[in-house]
Design a protein around this ligand. Structure first.
Ligand SMILES: [Zn+2]
Length: 339
């Protein structure tokens, strides 16, 4: 088999595609892992099969030793989305259809082919190369996240040969942080006791202006307040307001800067402090955290790799809370939830 010929690559790939492997189909996933392991073994890979748990299938790690250079991790998922039989396997000219062929068995197979060609060339690997085939990515990698994270830390680069948009090459993706900002004020009747109230909505409005100002398009940092909520009645000073924030950043430094300058800091000088209630404020910050491939123009999949640092692969979620104004008799607190 000529592993540089797209028809031969397709023939090899279809063996993987014909085994239908929706997330959680542990039996067929096991069969596919057997096949991938059998493909990799002759190349001299040290194979580690991680048994499935929590209803998920097995994962496979294949390690190739190299010199002392920074290693490369290539991670591919072998689970698919559609129920078995939902996508028919057929060919239409240069296009081949099949369940998960583009997302992303094609990418996973090309990673295998690339390593195979590299080893066949006789050139020594400048650093270790590790392939991961995980089986639960489509639902957020609940049982493989930690192992991918651990492997990523051992390598200089992580490649994800998964298709992107259209025929584009994606060589970079921004990091992302999401958090919910809860603001707690003091409820009061807007008619008879307005002065006793501390409006969480008013504070949220001020905070949003400050969040907006943290966007820096030239640096690739965007801060989007995408959802807000709060208050109870028009005649009640709002005791609670919240917003959901989505932050994208091109450099990790921007994420750190956002954490430093995000609202907790800004609130220190807010109007409520001037009203003499700042000392009662409680502020806490908790950081948590029908597919087709083009056969003739096969490199399409290969070109769509994306590169991220292992660190950026982790979605960071934060939940921040603020208590403004005077403490209630029964303060309403929300724990620092993982979302
Ligand atoms: Zn995918």
């Amino acid at each position: 088999m000529d592993m540089t010929n797209s028809e031969d690559i397709l023939t090899g790939l279809m063996r993987w595609v014909e085994i239908d492997t929706p997330t959680g189909a542990t039996e067929t996933i096991g069969t596919l892992i057997d096949l991938i392991a059998a493909d990799l073994e002759p190349l001299g890979a040290a194979l580690e099969r991680v048994p499935g748990r929590d209803g998920m299938g097995d994962h496979l790690i294949a390690r190739f030793a190299g010199a002392n250079g920074p290693g490369v991790l290539i991670t591919s998922h072998i689970d698919t989305v559609c129920p078995p039989g939902a996508v028919t396997i057929r060919r239409d000219g240069d296009r081949q259809y099949g369940p998960g062929i583009a997302d992303m068995k094609g990418g996973g197979y090309l990673a295998f082919s690339a390593v195979r060609n590299l080893l066949a060339s006789g050139a020594p690997l400048p650093g270790p190369v590790t392939l991961i085939y995980n089986s639960d990515e489509e639902i957020g990698s609940p049982t493989s996240h930690a192992l991918i994270q651990a492997e990523a830390k051992k390598h200089g680069a992580a490649l994800i040969p998964e298709p992107a948009r259209g025929d584009e090459v994606i060589t970079f993706r921004k990091g992302r942080a999401k958090y919910t900002l809860d603001i707690f004020g003091t409820e009061a009747h807007a008619g008879s006791a307005f002065a006793n109230g501390r409006s969480a909505i008013s504070e949220l409005a001020r905070v949003i202006v400050r969040l907006d100002a943290l966007t820096d398009l030239s640096a690739g940092t965007t801060v989007n307040v995408g959802r807000i909520r709060g208050g109870s009645e028009p005649n009640v000073v709002a005791g609670h307001a919240a917003c959901d924030v989505d932050v994208r950043f091109a450099k990790d430094e921007a994420r750190r800067r956002h954490r430093r300058h995000a609202p907790r800091h800004d609130l220190e000088g807010s109007r409520d402090a001037d009203r003499g209630v700042g000392r009662d404020r409680k502020a806490r910050s908790c950081a948590h955290q029908g597919d087709a491939v083009d056969v003739r123009n096969g490199p399409r999949l290969q070109r769509r790799s994306r590169l991220r640092s292992g660190r950026d692969q982790l979605r960071r979620r934060q939940r921040r809370q603020f208590h403004l104004g005077r403490r209630r008799a029964h303060p309403r607190r929300v724990g620092c939830d993982r979302q």
